[in-house]
Write a protein that binds this ligand. Structure first.
Ligand code: ADP
Ligand code: MG
Length: 260
């Protein structure tokens, strides 16, 4: 999608909240000897929409996976919704309930129907009655425009449809923050827009979002801030217009020249 075709989301959506949704302070992480995240400092306000980009291997997935403790950091602090992520398993569960995550490869349960995929966590984690969970699931499947697929299995759906189910499934838990890890990079071009449209809709409603994506049209349209990572560090961050038109660092310029 060409960036210039997309109008920016209404200025009314600029962040006015003073609430911090996610804060990372001097976060460092190693995989064995390999220093994958270096002194990450990142504060995301409620309602803010962050796009993270950068070359493959720069640590983008690791960073957002640390936010819901799919990966553990070794140094520094991560606070999500006022709760610090430590080894306290109860806190980790609390945080995971509030943080939705959408992956590159959808990660739906293949042996469950679309509806069952969407009701599993609300029933088991939130202890919601089945009927209520199904009503909520249908509401979100409507929102991502595939209610008619509810009784099919993931393998019967296109990639774009599966990714929209994955988003609906996350929304069924009523998350306060949504994490996206390259949600469109495994999709055929004609399916990318249908997923981005759903994400733009979420942004319009004020969802706090941290999105790893190279969809620069999306970044221009909805991001409050674009962050560029390389070598496990945040190299540069700026509002999207400044980021794209006036990148400061050579590595950012090189990266943008390769993807735009
Ligand atoms: P990105 O998402 O930016 O491509 P990743 O966070 O996936 O980057 O990976 C950053 C670096 O960490 C890469 O060099 C990758 O090979 C390495 N890495 C990722 N996951 C693991 C792991 N579980 N064990 C060891 N190294 C890993
Ligand atoms: Mg990645």
């Amino acid at each position: 999608v060409a960036a210039e075709e997309l109008p920016p989301v209404a200025p009314a959506l600029t962040v006015s909240s003073t609430d911090v949704a996610v804060e990372m302070v001097d976060v460092n992480k190693w995989y064995g000897e390999f220093h994958v995240l270096r002194d990450i400092n990142l504060k995301v306000m409620r309602g803010e929409r962050i796009v993270i980009c950068g070359p493959s291997g720069s640590g983008k997935s690791t960073l957002i996976r640390c936010v819901n403790r799919l990966e553990e950091h070794q140094k520094g602090q991560i606070v999500v919704d006022g709760k610090e992520l430590t080894n306290d398993l109860r806190k980790i569960d609390e945080v995971r309930r509030e943080v939705g995550m959408v992956f590159q490869h959808f990660n739906l349960f293949p042996h469950l129907t679309i509806l069952e995929n969407c009701t599993l966590a609300p029933i088991n984690v939130r202890k919601m009655p089945k009927r209520e969970a199904e009503d909520i699931a249908m509401h979100y499947l409507n929102r991502v425009k595939i209610p008619e697929q509810a009784n099919k299995y993931p393998g019967q759906l296109s990639g774009g449809q599966q990714q929209r189910v994955a988003i609906a499934r996350s929304l069924c838990m009523n998350p306060r923050v949504m994490l996206f890890d390259e949600p469109t990079s495994a999709l055929d071009p004609e399916m990318i827009k249908e997923v981005l449209d759903v994400m733009v809709g979420l942004a319009l409603e004020g969802m706090t979002m941290i999105c790893v994506t190279h969809e620069m049209g999306f970044a221009r349209q909805v991001a409050n801030r674009v962050i560029f990572m390389d070598g496990g560090q945040i190299i540069e961050q700026n509002d999207p217009v400044s980021f794209f038109t006036n990148p400061q660092h050579e590595r950012t310029k090189l990266f943008l020249s390769q993807i735009l």
